[in-house]
Design a protein around this ligand. Structure first.
Ligand code: G3H
Ligand code: 13P
Ligand code: ZN
Length: 337
């Protein structure tokens, strides 16, 4: 099986009423953890790389690791997605590298810090849609901005998505999936107390879905920041402050109202870090990297498999025959003819 179109994965998820986790990767162990979790739960999956991940791995290493994943797990439909493309050029280079999906995040300017205006967002996103759809590649756009600022990504300001503007944006750009800002942020420090309706605007998702029933909605910043993972890190010398993530039941509510792609990175990072701290602390004389990377990989697999089950994608890997990108190109050409 080749890498598949994210659009097809999301269309199938919409038909089946479930969500698909999009998990960030930066190395071989993370890709292995996700693929093993997908096999364990029989899940289709989205693997995504940020700009930082692409420069850390070097695109060719990343792409060839993904080819190995596809070869070794032929029963798993897997899409490779550019997370938070900051400019059309970033998206075009991802397409050239073999990604089957790209996010043009025009909610911020190319510095990926300054909030942009609506016209800029429409212009750059439309430019990416035209080029991507011509080769069968899926496009995710974003309207509104998330909070949090990590590794220079994000403005740190939250601007919730306006439902009427979302309709205008989708019509003007032709995107396949829309990332909505509902009060989440990237990273571990999302909320200082368990989030409720006052901080997490789940009602916006319902409203946007009612206005745009065929657009796949995307929730960024969707790590749940499990307390046991934070506690494990702190037990072995870490210093993570008390914090709350997005409760899984809120994500499940979103899935009932059109959320099809759920972005998770922080939970994997926490799982890996806790396992490495524990292994190193319990056996300080050990210096074979496999002695801590193996438990780290297993810990990430465990949290990802749990999310796959909670999002509902488990059991759906074999539901459909993946379409080629050439086929998707014809699909888009037919849709705009
Ligand atoms: O969007 C944020 C993701 O967690 C990726 O983070 O830019 O540090 O790779 P990163
Ligand atoms: P988390 O930091 O909540 O895992 O969000 C990841 C994300 O949105 C990647 O685009
Ligand atoms: Zn994100």
């Amino acid at each position: 099986m080749a890498m598949v179109s994210m659009r097809q994965l999301l269309d199938e998820a919409a038909a089946g009423g479930y969500g698909v986790g999009a998990f960030n990767v930066n190395n071989m162990e993370q890709i292995q953890a996700i693929m093993e979790a997908a096999r364990e739960t029989s899940s289709p999956v989205i693997i995504q790389a940020s700009r930082g991940a692409r420069s850390y791995t070097n695109d060719r290493f990343l792409y060839h690791l993904m080819l190995a994943a596809v070869e070794l797990y032929p029963e798993i439909p897997v899409a490779l997605h550019q997370d938070h493309g900051n400019s059309p050029e970033t998206c075009f280079s991802a397409i050239d590298q073999g990604f089957t999906s790209v996010m043009m995040d025009g909610s911020l300017l190319a510095d990926h810090k300054t909030p942009s205006d609506f016209d800029y967002n429409v212009r750059v996103t439309r430019e990416v849609v035209e080029r991507a759809h011509a080769v069968g590649v899926t496009v995710e756009g974003e309207l509104g901005t998330l909070g949090g600022i990590e590794d220079g990504v994000g403005s740190g300001e939250i601007h919730l998505t306006d439902p009427d503007q979302a309709v205008e944006f989708v019509e003007a750009t032709g995107i396949d999936a829309l990332a909505v800002a509902i009060g989440t942020s990237h990273g571990a420090y999302k909320f200082t107390r368990k989030p409720d309706g006052a901080v997490l605007a789940m009602n916006l998702i319902q409203e946007i879905h009612e206005k745009l029933p065929t657009t796949h909605l995307v929730m960024h910043g969707s790590s749940s920041v499990p307390k046991d993972l934070v506690d494990l890190i702190n037990q072995y010398g870490g210093e993570i402050r008390q914090t709350w993530g997005v409760p899984v039941d809120e994500i499940q509510l979103g899935i009932r109202h059109g959320v099809r792609k759920i972005n998770v990175d922080t939970d994997s990072r926490l799982a890996i870090t806790g396992a490495i701290r524990k292994a190193m602390s319990e056996d300080p004389g050990e210096f074979d990297p496999r002695s801590y990377l193996k438990p780290a990989r297993a810990a990430m697999q465990s949290v990802i498999a749990e999310r796959m089950t909670q999002f509902g994608q488990a059991g759906h890997a074999g539901d459909y025959e993946p379409r080629s990108l050439a086929d998707m190109r014809d699909f888009y050409a037919g849709a705009t003819a």
